[in-house]
Write a protein that binds this ligand. Structure first.
Ligand code: XMP
Length: 513
């Protein structure tokens, strides 16, 4: 009766697709569906595939919000085990007449849970490190429910009712910060849902090539090249799919790091791509003049990128635009009905409403960066490119706080070059997701050459992360930071102070804007 499947109902949580990915890593197929799927639709799906379990994702809403996403309650009576995570945990509690308290304070980050009963939590320690990110809290559950765990802030952090097949966890087992997260998910998938490991990832590369070929037909396609691993991987796949009908376009928007345009030319050469470089520095800076709101900056940049691509597409008669968009770009831009807009990634939410392309092709749109890296390695892309630190599409525009000027960009470029080269030289960059400088747009008093100096403050941001959905600030040796600080203040006369950012994500994001 088809492969065993775990359905994930998407309530808009940042980690929704991560749940599906974790299930699939256990060799059980998993698919994300909208939260308003009906019980009948699930029954219909069940005719094609064997639905063994349902997981309700987290989400940004409170169950008390006016437009809080709900679920068809008839799903509870399908006889399929259901696990609620975070928002899902609260929603299920509410549906079975538990008491959910509206949040006064929110809880983010690492918490310790005390495990009282095993059940879904079998093979866990008495005290477990978990990742919490929630507002509302479940205070009580009907007697028929077993309370499995609590934390200091959360009297019912996990519950179960085996006869109803309803389970809930307040924390996020799908993120790596929850030490034994996979144990919890596999307890649910295997012990409770009795799934079989009858799914294996198929040859993804061949699938991507075929899907690009199908989407492009016999037309020409433009790929937006940024020099990063996502667009490079998408470009290589597309090149394999449609050969010379792919034209790579790099838009030099004046917001790149030092030496970046040269590097992108080299990358395109290594990948054997036909590259066109468009110098659009002046028009980008002109459109951004005086703009301080980060979301407006992103929208202006997304819009301008498309306009440049359209102009070029017209010249060469290309119908499609191919982008290296990955899953976190979409989720942060609030693509799913229930998710919150964290920031409008230039290549998703920043796109203009009307575009002169027949269509957009985004072969990597459901992948996280570490999955893209795996594909890139299989494709034989050079390791230096595969492990290149991520760089945001809107470039230095989201690292210059406030309005953007050529002078600020110049200062930031120099500072960023010092930060990146010192991190790489000393090995501090090893294992880091990103390390860069930020122009804070703050002035501060200093003393240079026995004279008062009133200058710029540069921040250093360096983080460790696996998929950019969560991140920890990097614990860089003080000596390295000191050396970088000295170099920046010595070599860039305008800078009087250097600070190090010690915030994790959440609550902050990796980029400052
Ligand atoms: P945040 O700052 O949201 O960033 O924690 C997560 C990852 O995404 C990168 N980033 C972007 N990438 N377009 C992109 O292609 C964007 O608009 C954008 N904004 C952030 C960021 O550098 C980090 O790796």
């Amino acid at each position: 009766m088809g492969k065993d499947t775990i359905l994930i109902l998407d309530f808009g949580g940042q980690y929704c697709h991560l749940i599906a990915r974790r299930v699939r890593e256990n060799n059980v197929y998993s698919e994300v569906v909208p939260s308003d799927i009906s019980a009948n639709e699930i029954k219909a799906l069940g005719k094609k595939t064997s639905i063994k379990g349902i997981i309700l994702s987290g989400g940004p809403s409170s169950i008390y919000d006016k437009n809080a996403p709900k679920m068809d309650k008839a799903i509870l009576r399908l006889g399929i085990p259901i696990l609620g995570i975070c928002y899902g945990h609260q929603l299920l509690a509410d549906y079975v007449n538990g008491n959910v308290k509206r949040a006064k304070n929110k809880e983010y980050g690492i918490a310790i849970v005390n495990v009282k009963s095993r059940n879904m939590l079998s093979n866990l320690e008495d005290r477990e490190e978990v990742w919490m990110s929630h507002g509302d809290t479940v205070l009580s559950m009907p007697k028929s429910f077993q309370i499995l765990a609590h934390t200091n802030n959360c009297p019912i952090a996990a519950y179960s009712n085996s006869s109803l097949g309803i389970y809930g966890v307040q924390w996020h087992p799908e993120v790596v910060h929850t030490k034994h997260g996979n144990q919890i998910l596999s307890n649910f998938i295997f012990n409770i849902c009795k799934s079989h490991q009858n799914w294996k990832p198929t040859n993804l590369i061949q699938n991507y090539i075929k899907s690009i070929r199908d989407a492009a037909g016999d037309k020409k396609v433009i790929i937006a090249m940024s020099g990063g691993i996502d667009s490079s991987t998408a470009a290589v796949l597309a090149h394999m799919a449609i050969g010379k009908r792919l034209i790579a376009v790099f838009v030099d928007n004046g917001l790149m790091r030092l030496n970046e345009p040269r590097k992108i030319r080299e990358i395109a050469k290594v990948l054997g791509l036909n590259l066109v470089v468009v110098n659009a520095k002046e028009r980008f800076l002109e459109n951004l003049r005086g703009v301080t709101d980060p979301e407006r900056k992103r929208k202006i940049i997304g819009n301008e990128f498309i306009r440049v691509f359209e102009e070029h597409a017209k010249k060469i008669n290309a119908d499609y635009l191919l982008q290296g968009t990955i899953y976190p770009d979409r989720i942060e831009s609030g693509y799913s009905k229930n998710s919150s807009v964290i920031k409008t990634h230039h290549n998703v939410g920043g796109l203009p409403k009307t575009m002169k392309f027949k269509g957009l092709i985004e072969p990597l749109k459901d992948l996280y960066k570490d999955e893209v890296r795996k594909i890139a390695l299989q494709l034989g892309l050079p390791a230096e490119l595969v492990y290149r630190q991520a760089f945001p599409g809107p470039g230095l525009a989201v690292r210059v706080m406030g309005s953007i000027t050529k002078d600020k960009l110049e200062i930031l470029r120099k500072a960023d070059f010092i930060v990146t080269s010192e991190f790489e030289k000393t090995g501090a960059s090893k294992g880091l997701w990103e390390y860069f400088a930020v122009y804070t747009d703050i002035k501060s008093t200093g003393v240079k050459g026995d004279q008062r100096a009133y200058g710029d403050v540069i921040a250093i941001r360096a983080v460790q992360s696996l998929e950019a959905m969560t991140a920890n600030f990097a614990k860089v040796p003080y000596e390295t930071l000191e050396h970088i600080s000295t170099r920046i203040t010595n070599e860039i006369p305008q800078v009087t102070r250097v600070v190090y950012d010690i915030t994790n994500k959440p609550p902050s994001t990796i980029e400052w804007e």
